[in-house]
Design a protein around this ligand. Structure first.
Ligand SMILES: *Cc1c(COP(=O)(O)O)cnc(C)c1O
Length: 389
């Protein structure tokens, strides 16, 4: 147990009240809370359809499954993400095709998409990494030009906007996840948002065993059990009611970090802002600058751990995960910008109830460990340096 954990859900009396309501109602599945939760999600994301499911990964799987991808089909995506965004492609039998990232935003670089397109390209799956919207206007133009379905892994982006348009409303469909570290949590849970009525109907059927519209025991397609329970939806309703409060707390904490860490700007890069997008703060990830050696990020994690402060390497590149290396033969150097980011990014404690004092404690800890980190063996660092010490 850490004195300052990496994340912590914010659950209060509203969640308790709404849960109790469901428990006492005896209606525990496919009831009014699912409907309410879906209406709230559709509202937040300004879309016509929201389909609640059991996880963010289930949401991604159903969106991809609704596209009827075959084994030769390819889905263009980013290696700098949580592994689920690519795993979901593999579930359908299609091939992931990685393109590298923009090292400033950590999001998929739209300029690299064109070179990755083949006759088998069917879809483009981008991620709003750390809650910063991907470049949706450019991705939309690319998808239109090359006749690709456009999918948003919005599991980290609830409440973000791009050109004033909510995340969840861009592309063919978007997937949200509600694991306890996300902007809202239902324990486990997820949701699909889309304006495509046919896609929504297919996903709705597939989440419930491929059930048809008419007879309860008629199954018209291969389905799954990806339902969300009423208890889960009750938590979700309470959390969505509190969404403005939860997001504004996260934003305030991000400002505290920026204030405390900006004097360390020569050594660490703070999360970027984009002119046409407003981030929804999911995690607070900083990047060590290039004059530190490759192992310095892991040293920092170790030092912080000794001070009972949690931190984590975020994200390891998907193509270098053991399973992906084995299955596809990926190796270091394949996606250098993603790998460089993976080696130097660090998630700091970040959750709505983090106090200003705790932010100062974490920031001071980082300041105190920076001089202890190993540096790259360049001439400048090998030569005795007196000038700026
Ligand atoms: C959290 C997350 C997911 C998966 O969510 P689960 O609910 O754990 O399945 C997928 N993609 C990204 C980018 C995530 O951050």
């Amino acid at each position: 147990m850490f004195l300052i954990p990496l994340s912590k859900p914010s659950i209060g009396t509203l969640e308790e009240t709404r849960l109790l309501e469901v428990i006492r109602s005896n209606r525990l599945a496919l009831g009014p809370l699912i409907t309410e939760f879906e209406e709230r999600m559709a509202n937040v994301c300004s879309v016509r359809h929201a389909i609640a499911v059991s996880s963010g990964t289930a949401a991604l799987h159903l969106i991809l499954a609704s596209l009827d991808l075959g084994p030769k089909d390819e889905v263009i995506t980013t290696p700098y993400s949580f592994v689920a965004s690519t795993n979901a492609i593999l579930y359908t039998g299609a091939q992931p095709r990685f393109v590298d990232i923009d090292p400033f935003t950590f999001n998929l670089d739209p300029n690299l998409v064109k070179a990755a397109i083949t006759p088998y390209s069917r879809a483009l799956l981008a991620v709003d990494v750390f809650g910063l919207p991907a470049n949706w206007p450019t991705l939309t133009a690319l998808a239109d030009n090359y006749n690709l379905k456009l999918i948003d892994d919005a599991c980290e982006g609830l409440g973000a906007r791009c050109l004033e348009r909510p995340i969840g409303s861009w592309g063919t469909a978007a997937a949200f996840g509600f694991y306890p570290n996300k902007q809202i949590t239902t324990g486990e849970g997820g949701c699909i948002t889309t304006n495509d009525g046919a896609l929504a109907a297919r996903c709705r059927s597939m989440r419930n065993h491929g059930r048809g519209d008419d007879a309860v025991m008629e199954h018209v397609r291969l389905g799954y059990n990806y339902r969300m329970s009423e208890l889960t939806a009750a938590l979700g309703c309470a959390q969505l009611e509190r969404l403005p409060e939860l997001l504004s707390k996260r934003e305030t904490i991000a400002h505290w970090y920026a204030e405390a860490l900006s004097p360390l700007g020569d050594d660490i890069v703070l999360p970027p802002e984009m002119p046409d997008a407003s981030r929804s703060w999911f995690v607070y990830v900083v990047r060590l600058r290039d004059h530190f050696a490759e192992d310095s990020r892991d040293q920092i994690i170790q030092y912080l751990q000794e001070m009972s402060i949690a931190s984590a390497p975020y994200f390891p590149s998907i193509h270098l995960q053991p399973f992906y290396r084995q299955q596809f033969g990926f190796k270091p150097g394949d996606f250098p910008k993603s790998e460089a980011a993976s080696a130097r990014t660090l998630a700091l404690p970040f959750f709505p109830d983090l106090t200003r004092e705790q932010v100062v404690v974490v920031s001071n800890a980082i300041r105190s460990v920076l001089p202890k980190l190993s540096r790259r063996h360049t001439l400048a660092s090998v030569a005795p340096s007196t000038s700026h010490l």
